[in-house]
Design a binder for this molecule. Structure first.
Ligand code: DX5
Ligand code: ZN
Length: 217
């Protein structure tokens, strides 16, 4: 069964507590929190203090996606703020094993992400050290962009590698996911679907949540 992780970036920040409560009552699986520094990506979002606020509002698993040029500097503040899993990008850490170990020592799950233009071969050798592979299906920085179809073969390659090597690394996809492409990404091998604008803008969030959670390969 697939899992759903609404991306809070697309929530209505003027009533964030209501949107978080809604996610709780809909039994979504994780909450995805997008952290942007205006340097690795051309946008700025929010930092540890908002993550801490969200952590006080819910017991949900907090999946923190660091789109930062220097992610390691911020592992500790986000861990203290309540992150359960922290993902950073291979593009800023071509040698990602040491930072994954830092996270493990802190008791935080680790994720490795790659942009649409980055080859999947770049991350495969490191997957055994990570709890999660986050495949970007838009160029990171903004919600509401269109899904880039050409990432599907990358997911298939990662799925094959993970299965062949008996790894427990989960595959998450992020960017442009909606009810029309959800089955396709699950067929390719995705375990967790990040959904931002199509979740918070959905006319029936419950139906979308149940639909995603019922998807099988
Ligand atoms: C993009 C972010 C995504 C984004 C997803 O930089 O990493 O998590 O919020 O939003 P949608 O689903 O609107 O593409
Ligand atoms: Zn994200």
């Amino acid at each position: 069964m697939a899992r759903i992780a609404p991306s809070i970036l697309a929530a209505d920040f003027s009533k964030l507590a209501d949107d978080i409560k809604d996610c709780d009552s809909l039994n979504v699986d994780w909450l995805h929190l997008d952290i942007m520094d205006g340097h690795f990506v051309p946008n700025i979002s929010f930092g540890p203090s908002l993550v801490n606020t969200i952590n006080k509002l819910t017991d949900k698993f907090l999946d923190v996606h660091l789109m930062l040029s220097e992610p390691e500097k911020y592992f500790e503040p986000f861990a203290r703020a309540g992150a359960d899993l922290i993902t950073f990008h291979i593009e800023v850490h071509p040698e990602p094993v040491a930072p994954a170990k830092v996270l493990k020592e802190m008791g935080i799950k680790s994720g490795l992400s790659l942009n649409p233009a980055t080859d999947i071969e770049k991350v495969l050798p490191y997957l055994e050290h990570f709890d999660l592979l986050l495949v970007m299906s838009v160029n990171p920085g903004f919600g509401g962009q269109s899904f880039i179809e050409s990432v599907l073969p990358k997911i298939e390659t990662a799925r094959e590698y993970i299965d062949k090597n008996n790894l427990s690394t989960l595959i998450e996809i992020d960017g442009g996911i909606d009810e029309n492409n959800a089955q396709r990404v699950v067929d390719a091998g995705v375990d967790i679907l990040v959904i931002g604008s199509s979740f918070f803008g959905a006319s029936d969030r419950q139906a979308l949540t149940q639909k995603v959670q019922s998807l099988k390969r």
